[in-house]
Design a protein around this ligand. Sequence first.
Ligand code: CP
Ligand code: NVA
Length: 315
Amino acid sequence: MKHFLKETDFKLHEVAGVLALARELKAKRGRHTPPVLAGQTWAMIFSKSSTRTRVSFEVGIHELGGNPLFLNRNDIQLGRGESIEDTARVLSRFVHGIIIRTFDHQDVERMAAAGTVPIINALTDFLHPCQIYADAFTLAERWAPRGGDLLASLKGRKIAFLGDTACNMAYSWVLGANLFGMKISLGGPEAFRPTREFDAFLAREGFAGGYQFTTDPKEAVREADVVYTDVWVSMGKEEETKERIRTMSPYQVTADLFATARTDAYFLHCLPAHPGEEVTQAVLDNPRSVIFDQAENRLHVQKAIMATLAQVPRA
Ligand code: CP
Ligand code: NVA
């Protein structure tokens, strides 16, 4: 059974296939979408808020001919203590795939171990792989226009990630950058540098030492093709708000900082953004800010991911 819990769950040739299918689905949207999920129901278990992920998956499943079933964690017995394993086993008897957004990454791994249908990670405290694939597609459609090789266009490019360099987006982009052959530099406070556990995970994935970390935001951004940031206070970290804003304020992406990247660099943010904290409104509005294309591309890329998983024969 094939799952998508982390970027590396697809081999490079599969990543190329997902990106190419996303391009095809985007171009054909509204005219001809293959009903690869016809007759299927995909459950969506969410323990955290969501705008983009929830809507793009619900619309995407519908457009592929399937039926999305949204389940708030607290509306099902999981919220009252039924185990992840039993939830996975029961849902596997009813549905054809499960999309899950939660806190602990291990919960997603446990669901995949117990379930017998494809599981998709729709964000944990550790990784957000659907976002990284959509971001990579957003860049590749610019760097490889008119049918060029999407995956190859990423190779050798540098991404700089600023702010909370120990959050799910930073970790996921480190893994994604290594998989896609990109360079990544993290600029953030010492207190928020990646943990030893993350370094060990990266080594197990075959990418030991696969990032640069600096406390100097300008150094992180130098020669970057992409400048990326995310909120300073991720979901579940609200009680640390004051301290995080104080520590991370030198890493705000301002027009001046963005100007120290390459002159053709793009600005990316997974959204939701907090203008005036991690990024200024001027940068969000910059012509090289592609934040709403990233959001739209969640739909096309996740359709491609689901279509790919649905076609892998069941073990
Ligand atoms: N970027 C992202 O995952 O947004 P949502 O939290 O709105 O789903
Ligand atoms: N790091 C953010 C990403 C939101 C899409 C969070 O986890 O809240």
